[in-house]
Ligand binder design. Structure first.
Ligand SMILES: [Fe+2]
Length: 497
């Protein structure tokens, strides 16, 4: 793994052979992914409360290992240890808590949200150092759970090398890829070149920033366009989504190696392809988060939507069935903002003459699906309608009172942009000349003004209300300022009477 990832060691007894440690949890299960520096001669050993958990090798070469233990008590801190195959300690023992039991009503629960943490600092992404500092500041508030909403990796293939930009910029990208990690679409998917390159990309873009920071904070990864190694684009040649078999394979391999285990996938009728687009997180009776990928299910033939019909049905049914105090939609694709991108729910075009605009390939049925989803959100009795999105390189919040012919004023949609961790120079108003703004078919007011800045959002969820705190930072503000960053906006979303 090129790129020299440093491991933040808790004690001198630890070796430097672990690259990253990514946990996840439900009310009765704990899971951990471990990324190693080099394949071991035998599986590493993880224990929970002194009991060894069976190791699963997550890749052909043995860089990635997974551990899943069910049957645990909910809402309880469990002690974990990790050693190598010879018994040498790989990390000081640490605690990880199961989520509250399904019948519990915790008094409060803090969730961290952010998006777009990926990107290579040799390209245009924010420095690894600044990203680690953003994570460390967010973690200093001791969240109970974290959601990384999409774009964990930016290593676009066809869109970067063949479709977007001028020949000179494509050649520059190709040269960078050849130097760092060339992925060859003409050889077998599992070729040694491709395995090595994927490992390098994962090392540089995921392991490097997470390291063991989230060891005690269950993490959830949602996938978005770049996680399939493409941007969302269309043209006379077709569309980059739904993912073709090669890019679907890359996303799945990355997920197997370096996403925390997704423990809350429903079993949808379409099998793994559709089920992997959705995950639910149940926090006792306090809240349920519905995480969903808005890329994999693109329907470019009939224009039905960007989510598989089975996924849409599941989301709406779950919303109706859930007895949680709060039910929150967490789509990879922004609800409430447009920056003129093809893959948005909205028809809004970037300014005339924007180079590379492909908005004419946008399909109206995508907005119809948006309408069905927010109609269901707003129709909830008692619960506020909340959605917190990824993808957009910006941070802010809006209250939407109408969308197309839907009147949402009885229960307005509280739309939040989580904030981007990895963006260095690729801001929407730079690329497409369009500042993230309210789509033409929506009526809403700013609760928090939108900023094209790095940042993250904390939700303090209690039975009666949710306190939202948003943080932002952007160069040339000093990197040192991140360590004491304060929320630039705070507000309350109350449960409805
Ligand atoms: Fe994205």
């Amino acid at each position: 793994m090129l790129g020299g990832v440093s491991w933040s060691r808790a004690s001198a007894a630890e070796t430097r052979t672990v690259r990253a440690l990514l946990p996840s949890a439900t009310h009765d299960t704990l899971a951990v992914k471990v990324l190693l520096d080099a394949p071991p001669s035998a599986a590493p050993v993880l224990t929970i409360n002194g009991r060894q958990v069976r190791a699963r090798q997550m890749d052909q070469d043995g860089y990635a290992w997974g551990f899943v233990q069910d049957g645990l008590r909910g809402g309880t801190a469990h002690e974990l240890t990790l050693a190598d195959e010879h018994g040498a300690v790989l990390r000081a023992p640490w605690q990880l808590k199961t989520l509250p039991g399904l019948d519990e009503q915790p008094e409060s629960f803090r969730v961290l949200f952010f998006t777009c943490a990926g990107g290579d600092e040799a390209a245009s992404a924010l420095s690894i150092d600044a990203r680690r500092k953003l994570f460390d500041r967010a973690l200093s508030f001791s969240p109970d759970l974290a959601v990384a909403n999409g774009d964990h990796i930016y290593w676009d293939l066809n869109t970067a090398l063949k479709i977007r930009g001028d020949p000179a910029s494509r050649a520059e990208k190709a040269e960078r890829y050849r130097k760092i990690a060339w992925i060859d679409q003409d050889t077998a998917f599992d070729s040694e070149t491709n395995r090595r390159s994927l490992n390098t990309v994962i090392g540089r873009q995921i392991a490097s920033i997470y390291e063991d920071r989230f060891a005690s904070v269950p993490l959830h990864f949602i996938s978005d366009d770049h996680d399939y190694f493409e941007n969302d684009n269309g043209g006379t040649w077709g569309y980059t989504f739904p993912p073709r078999p090669f890019t679907l394979g890359l996303q799945r391999r990355t997920a197997a190696m370096a996403y925390p285990f997704a423990l809350g996938r429903p079993q949808l009728p379409g099998g793994a392809l559709t089920s992997e687009a959705v995950e639910t997180v149940r926090i006792g009776k306090l809240a349920e988060l519905a995480l969903f990928d808005c890329r994999r299910g693109w329907d470019t033939k009939t224009g039905y939507g960007v989510l598989f019909p089975e996924a849409e049905r599941f989301l709406i049914n779950r919303l109706k069935q859930s007895d949680a105090s709060h039910y929150i939609h967490v789509p990879s694709n922004p609800i409430g903002w447009t920056a003129g991108k093809l893959g948005e729910w909205y028809e809004d075009r970037p300014p005339v003459g924007t180079p590379g605009s492909d908005k004419e390939f946008w399909l109206p049925g995508w907005f119809d699906q948006h309408q069905r989803l927010i109609k269901a959100l707003s129709a909830q009795r008692g619960r506020p309608a909340i959605t917190i999105s990824g993808d957009m390189h910006a941070v802010g919040a809006k209250r939407l009172t109408a969308s197309g012919d839907l009147d949402l004023s009885a229960n307005p949609v509280e739309a939040i942009l989580a904030g981007t961790v990895g963006t260095g120079t690729g801001w929407p108003s730079g690329g497409r000349g369009m500042f993230p703004s309210t789509p033409g078919k929506l009526i809403g007011t700013d609760v928090v003004e939108t900023y094209e800045k790095n940042g993250f959002t904390l939700l303090d969820v209690t039975p009666e209300r949710i306190e939202v705190r948003q943080f932002s930072w952007r160069a040339p503000e000093p990197v040192e300022a991140i360590a004491s960053l304060q929320p630039f906006a705070s507000y309350t979303i109350a449960r409805r009477g």
